[in-house]
Design a protein around this ligand. Structure first.
Ligand SMILES: Cc1cc2nc3c(=O)[nH]c(=O)nc-3n(C[C@H](O)[C@H](O)[C@H](O)COP(=O)(O)OP(=O)(O)OC[C@H]3O[C@@H](n4cnc5c(N)ncnc54)[C@H](O)[C@@H]3O)c2cc1C
Length: 376
């Protein structure tokens, strides 16, 4: 078993560190924004890292998007800016269904622009009344005389208002379908989502008799769920990578603070319970990171087969990140509470990670189901 990363991955980590350094001076400003920060987008474009998100036939770096490479990049970016991490991740999450299910014309039109971050994608699944239980979506796609009509609404959509297109999940006679909706189409309206505890570029979408050519559907009617699953199979583990990066950044803040702050005649880091919190946090972070890298490595070879492990990694890493960042705030005392300080930002940013891309409880159901099927 080889625990060392191949040179190609080390080079990608180097590029991600350069990007994170470029964004650092504007990170706290960007992370408080619910709209796109143009400086962060410019830095992402300049980095060239968006090319990890599309197949090489359309301007991408690898034959197909590599889950381990994406995971490693998110780990580094999330330690600096959640705005940057999300913008990077959405280039893949919001376009992967085109890579695997789109027509040649859709791929040729959008993927080279995604690779250069000249176009931004989005994936619209969630609705006001539908979150984890995706099969209850009410947004409806109908077809008559070769024209598709889309009606309904979507809620909490990342990149909403900033994206150039929305890959929209809707029910159709044949089951569930995914349709590519250009942002400029008539009948689509966006409005702001309420600002959440860790601001995020989010919007509500409303489709009123949106008309699209039949060629806007991705693949055959009824392929929508397959495309959602294919997307999760590649990108769920990258949330685990981001959670590890967040936890490491928090722990580094706490180490710097507890090493230099003297109480009771000693650095905090040498007081028993504080040392214990540092040790437990580092150990839990290493465990989460090992699981994450292993799941991502599996996913490089067979993303669908790796999904249970990707779910375990996402569950373990996001739960660990929340625990670790909470301890870090505790170790830093009142200094951990200062609004918009790095540690306070990380504390707020950790929380949504246990809810999006599969809430922890929903992931546990899938993991347990897999286990009970495997053990005879
Ligand atoms: C920052 C952020 C970005 C987002 N971006 C997007 C996006 O780009 N596109 C998009 O489509 N959506 C997006 N979402 C929405 C996200 O996908 C949903 O929040 C998520 O699917 C959970 O749905 P819900 O919030 O409606 O919670 P619900 O489904 O109402 O669940 C609430 C809670 O109930 C429990 N629960 C639910 N189901 C079960 C179950 N079967 N068994 C046990 N417990 C259960 C869990 O504890 C869960 O947290 C985003 C959300 C956030 C916070």
């Amino acid at each position: 078993m080889n625990f060392d990363l191949e040179p190609k991955y080390l080079a990608i980590q180097g590029q991600a560190r350069d990007l994170a350094r470029a964004v650092e001076p504007i990170a706290s400003q960007a992370d408080e924004m619910s709209e796109l920060h143009p400086g962060v987008l410019a830095a992402l474009r300049q980095s060239g890292l968006s090319d990890l998100m599309v197949p090489s036939a359309y301007g991408g770096r690898f034959e197909r998007p590599d889950p381990l490479a994406i995971c490693l990049v998110r780990e580094i970016l999330m330690g600096t800016s959640s705005h940057l991490d999300s913008l990077f991740a959405l280039q893949g999450i919001g376009s992967y269904a085109i890579s695997v299910g789109g027509s040649e014309a859709q791929r040729a039109e959008w993927l080279p622009k995604i690779a250069k971050a000249e176009a931004l994608g989005a994936l619209a699944l969630t609705e006001e009344d539908v979150g984890s239980d995706l099969k209850r979506v009410a947004t409806e796609l109908t077809e008559a005389d070769g024209i598709l009509k889309l009606n309904g609404s979507k809620s909490f959509i990342s990149n909403g208002g900033a994206a150039d297109f929305y890959l929209t999940f809707a029910k159709e006679q044949a089951g569930y379908s995914m349709v590519l909706v250009p942002a400029s189409v008539k009948g689509l309206a966006t409005s702001p989502t309420p600002v959440i505890m860790a601001p995020h570029v989010l919007a509500e979408l409303r489709f009123r008799n949106v008309e699209l050519p039949a060629s806007a559907r991705l693949g055959e009617p009824g392929r929508g769920l397959d495309l959602v699953l294919a997307t999760l199979a590649v990108f769920r583990v990258s949330v685990a990578g981001a959670a590890c990066g967040l936890a490491r950044a928090a722990l580094e803040e706490a180490v710097r603070h507890t090493r230099t702050r003297i109480q009771f005649g000693r650095p905090l880091a040498k007081l028993g319970p504080v040392a214990q919190m540092l040790a437990d946090s580092w150990t839990e972070l290493e465990m989460a990171q090992l699981l994450t890298y292993r799941a991502a490595s599996y996913a490089v070879h067979d993303a669908a087969a790796a999904l249970p492990h990707s779910s375990m990694a996402k569950l373990a890493a996001t739960e660990a990140a929340c625990k670790i960042v909470d301890r870090c705030v505790q170790m830093m005392g009142r200094f951990g509470l200062i609004r918009n300080s790095k540690i306070e930002r990380l504390y707020r940013q950790a929380r949504p990670m246990r809810i999006y891309e599969g809430a922890s409880e929903v992931l546990r159901l899938g993991i347990a189901k897999q286990l009970t099927e495997e053990v005879r």
